[in-house]
Every structure is written in structure tokens, then in C-alpha cells.
Design a protein around this ligand. Structure first.
Ligand code: NAD
Length: 505
């Protein structure tokens, strides 16, 4: 592995080019490191007055809600334009700060552009229904109104795309936004905010405080969650985080979109196209160094094809290029930090103790970079679904198990606490349809002949059970960002009451 660039210098140059003030990322109390080398690359100031920022966002909401939705869409169109212009720089910064390989860093920015395009169209399609009423001379309809301040809490592994899913929809829906990014990836957040501010300057008539960034750790997140003027919090991160955030929001009857951990499974059936399955499994399980919420973590392989598929998979695990994500040859970049590495080793130990046979999983060291944590992805052949297989370990570990009965494979697939993404690999229509049916996969995302990860923005994204139940991005996910009002208008000269009730005075 070579170290071709000075990570700190390059991050600084990108932040300068994207118009982020140096003051925002130098001389502060919060250190930010790059997983590429493990070195500190910035020192940020923690937001001290979260309440003032949220009050300003609320004042901005009161104005923004009155701007016609298609006009609000124009701001998001400009954001999309600015993101197109900044794609190379922001994508590179994602790689420097989150350790994603180059094509995934760029892909993440493309996803931001895609959701902006989607939201621009949506700004002319915030449709309500007209509903048949039982009363003569009456009309009943529903209207969608802006909701309020939308708080966004994001995780390190999609440092900018998750924000854009929420921000683009929230803005066209007439809300203001307050973002608390992961403390592990604050620089990409500063850059995204600067890009949005450029779009706001070009737009010319957006209220001050429409979009705000709160820098800090979970204490800052808690302040956002607890503030009475935040109407909705969309929180992406671990199930542990959701368990804390969910009840706090419920206590004050605020809305929540919870996008939490996944323990995603796949079933490989006897008829599967094994060449395609191999590629889909490899990307799903090893891509982003196993640090996607949709990463494939459990694979059930039919006994008839196990010995054809699994040895080939093991070869792919042994040969995949692990290394500097800034170099195009690498397919697997670093883990985010030491804690992630320790968590992975602990899970592998537990797997061995439960009878698992491990291929890979060892640290890939680079001289002089003791604080960077590169690992060879691990494939673990397990005798059964037990121990660490039941939990999400946020690292590249794929547990592989044999099955012989389809119903049993489906039962085991669903027998974990999380319910985010799932896949079946089969050319048998009955199996494919069964997997997608009411008694099939219990996840929010169920795929046929593609992997568990790599969703497009057009569909609603999210999962069930301990994944939190929230939906973001496409389809009608926008409805969570608006207030629905049911309106009944009486244009008659009488006052008939519903259900035939009489009340004559
Ligand atoms: P994390 O839970 O450690 O942190 C996520 C964010 O929550 C951070 O910004 C953090 O500061 C904040 N936070 C933590 N505790 C909080 C609290 N009590 N109150 C308010 N804010 C709090 O997660 P992470 O390590 O950054 O990300 C990895 C996890 O995120 C994995 O479990 C992964 O599956 C999940 N994830 C889920 C999705 C999804 O859409 N379902 C997407 C990406 C990541």
C-alpha cells in the first residue's frame, strides 16, 4: 500500500475550494481524523448555543412555509447544480474523511444530485386527495402543509447522502433544517452546508437560518432531539442510538424517522445464476468495507450449490484488493477507527467459539500508519445461525450457512432483530415471489437477483423491527415531512351532520 497524497493538505485544499471558512475547522476542541492514515486532519469548534440555532431555524420556517412549493423547488434545483459542480471535490472529501473508495465517494455525491432532481419534480406534486363525502353540498379534501423545523442526525458511513435525502425533501416540503452530522465526519458536513449556502445566495430570497449545522457529539444530538421547536427528527445510526432517541421524541410527541442498524440476509437457491450471485454477494458483503447499513451479513446457501459457490467466494475474499481508498486499485478501504476493528475481532472470536471457520479477518498493516485500520474481509462458515450472527457488527464479516429446506431458510432469514434489506438469488419464480410475499422476507427492502446494498433514490428507503420503521428518500416518503390537514367545506345552505346525527336548537 502506498501513501500517494498528503491527506491533511488535500482536505484543507478542498475545504478552501468549496468555500468553507478555515475558522470552522481549525483551532477547535473536537478533533477529526482520516481513517485513510489515522492522522488528525482538523479541529472543529463544537456548537455551544444549539438553542439559538434552532430558534433561528424556527423563525426561518415561519417564512419559508409561505413560499410556493415550486419556488422552493427552485432552491433545490440550484443545490443540485452546485453539487454537480462540486462533485469531484466533495466525493474526494468523502473518501478522505470516511475512507470510501473513490468510486463510492463520487457515487455518494451522485446520490445527492439524484435526490435533488427527484425533489424538484416533487415540488410540483405534493398532491392531496379529494374524498367522497356523505353530505350533500359538501366537499372533503386533504391538504399537505409544511411541518416545522426538521432535525437531521446522521451516521459516519453515509456522511452526506443521508443529509441530502432529508434536506432536499424537507426544503421542498416547506421546512427548515438543522443538521447534526456524525462527529467522525464533520468536514463533509461543513462542505455540504457551504454548497447549500451557495445555492441559497443564488436563490436570493431564502430566510436566514433556513439550514443550520450543529457540530458536536451525542450531547449536541440530544439537545436537538429534546428541543420543543423541532417538529421531526430524522435520525440515522445504530439501533442503540435509536433506542435512546425514539423514547425522547415520543415523550414530547415529536415525529421520528428512525433509520437504524441492519443484519441483512440473502438466500442462494439451487437455480441461482452463480456467476451473478458471486458478484452481487462480493459487493454486498465487502463493499464499503462492510460499513453500510445494507451490507450483506448472513448468507444461506442451498446444499446443492454450496460447494460450487462458497470456494469461489473464499477465493474472492483472499484476493480482493484492500488498501488506500484514494487509489483506484483498492476495492476495500479502511474501517472507520480502532473501535470498529476491535468490534470485528471480538465478533470473529465469538464466531470461532460457536464453531465458525474463518477465512480472512486479519489486519492489513501499513508501515508508519499505526492508527489506520485496514482489514481483509472475513467469510465465516457457520454450523448454524447463533451467537454473533444474530447481531450487526459494523465491519466486513459475512456468515455463510447451509440450508436444504426453503421454508426453514426463510424462517432463519427473518429470525433476527433487524429488518432492513434482503435478497434472494433464484431463477425459480415460485421462490422469488414467495420471498416478496406477505409471508416472505420481513424487511423494508427485498430484492431478487441483486444484492442487499446499493439502493436507488426513487424507492422509499428504510426497514422494520429494530431498524426503526422509518422511510426516507423516494416514493411517498415526503409525507413524513408534512402536516396533513383534512378539510370539509360546506357550500350548501343546510347543516347536515355526519352519521345522521341530529342536534336541532
Ligand atoms: P451511531 O449510532 O454511533 O451515531 C449516529 C449519529 O447519532 C451520530 O451523529 C451520533 O453523534 C448521534 N447520536 C448517538 N447517540 C445519540 C443520542 N443518544 N442522541 C442523539 N444523537 C445521538 O452510528 P454510527 O457508528 O455513526 O453509524 C453506524 C450505524 O448506523 C450502523 O448501525 C448502521 O447500520 C447505521 N446506519 C443505518 C442507516 C439506515 O438508513 N438504516 C444508514 C446508515 C447507517
Amino acid at each position: 500500500m502506498t501513501q500517494a497524497v498528503d491527506v491533511k493538505q488535500e482536505a484543507a485544499a478542498i475545504l478552501d475550494r468549496l468555500g468553507v471558512e478555515r475558522d470552522a475547522w481549525t483551532g477547535g476542541e473536537m478533533a477529526s481524523s482520516s481513517p485513510v492514515t489515522g492522522e488528525e486532519i482538523a479541529r472543529l469548534k463544537v456548537t455551544s448555543d444549539t438553542s439559538a440555532a434552532i430558534e433561528a431555524a424556527h423563525a426561518a420556517f415561519l417564512e419559508w412555509r409561505l413560499v410556493p412549493a415550486p419556488r422552493r423547488g427552485e432552491l433545490v434545483r440550484l443545490l443540485g447544480e452546485e453539487l454537480r459542480a462540486a462533485k469531484a471535490d466533495l466525493g474526494r472529501l468523502v473518501s478522505l474523511e470516511a475512507g470510501k473508495i473513490t468510486s463510492e465517494g463520487l457515487g455518494e455525491v451522485q446520490e445527492m444530485i439524484d435526490i435533488c432532481d427527484f425533489a424538484v419534480g416533487l415540488s410540483r406534486q405534493l398532491y392531496g386527495l379529494t374524498i367522497a363525502t356523505e353530505r350533500p353540498g359538501h366537499r372533503m379534501m386533504e391538504t399537505w402543509h409544511p411541518l416545522g423545523v426538521v432535525g437531521i442526525i446522521s451516521a459516519f458511513n453515509f456522511p452526506v447522502a443521508v443529509w441530502s435525502w432529508n434536506a432536499a425533501l424537507a426544503l421542498v416540503c416547506g421546512n427548515s433544517i438543522v443538521w447534526k452530522p456524525s462527529e467522525k465526519t464533520p468536514l463533509t458536513a461543513l462542505a455540504s452546508q457551504a454548497i447549500l449556502e451557495r445555492a441559497i445566495a443564488r436563490f436570493g430570497e431564502a430566510p436566514k437560518g433556513l439550514s443550520t449545522l450543529l457540530i458536536g457529539d451525542r450531547a449536541v444530538g440530544e439537545a436537538l432531539v429534546d428541543h420543543p421547536k423541532v417538529a421531526l427528527v430524522s435520525a440515522t445510526g445504530s439501533t442503540r442510538m435509536g433506542r435512546e432517541v425514539g423514547p425522547r421524541l415520543a415523550k414530547r410527541f415529536a415525529r421520528a424517522i428512525l433509520e437504524l442498524g441492519g443484519n441483512n440476509g440473502g438466500i442462494v437457491c439451487p437455480s441461482a445464476d452463480l456467476d451473478m450471485t458471486l458478484r452481487a454477494v462480493a459487493f454486498g458483503a465487502m463493499g464499503t468495507a462492510g460499513q453500510r447499513c445494507t451490507t450483506l451479513r448472513r448468507l444461506f446457501v442451498h446444499v446443492d450449490v454450496y460447494d460450487q459457490l462458497v470456494p469461489r467466494l473464499k477465493k474472492a475474499y483472499e484476493s480482493v484488493s484492500v488498501g488506500n481508498p484514494l487509489e483506484t486499485s483498492a476495492l476495500v478501504g479502511p474501517l472507520i477507527d480502532k473501535a470498529a476493528f476491535d468490534g470485528m475481532q471480538k465478533a470473529l472470536e465469538a464466531a470461532r467459539a460457536a464453531g465458525g471457520v474463518v477465512t480472512g479477518g486479519e489486519r492489513v498493516r501499513e508501515a508508519g500508519k499505526d492508527e489506520a485500520f485496514y482489514v481483509r474481509p472475513a467469510l465465516v462458515e457457520m454450523p448454524e445461525q447463533a451467537g454473533p450472527v444474530l447481531e450487526e457488527t459494523f465491519a466486513p464479516i459475512l456468515y455463510v450457512m447451509r440450508y436444504s429446506d426453503f421454508d426453514e431458510a426463510l424462517r432463519l432469514h427473518n429470525a433476527v432483530a433487524a429488518g432492513l434489506s434482503s435478497s434472494i438469488f433464484t431463477l425459480n419464480m415460485q421462490e422469488a415471489e414467495r420471498f416478496l410475499a406477505a409471508d416472505g422476507s420481513d424487511c423494508g427492502i427485498a430484492n431478487v437477483n441483486i444484492g442487499t446494498s446499493g439502493a436507488e433514490i426513487g424507492g422509499a428507503f428504510g426497514g422494520e423491527k429494530e431498524t426503526g420503521g422509518g422511510r426516507e428518500s423516494g416514493s411517498d416518503a415526503w409525507k413524513a415531512y408534512m402536516r396533513r390537514a383534512t378539510n370539509t367545506v360546506n357550500y350548501s345552505k343546510a347543516l347536515p351532520l355526519a352519521q345522521g346525527v341530529s342536534f336541532d336548537i
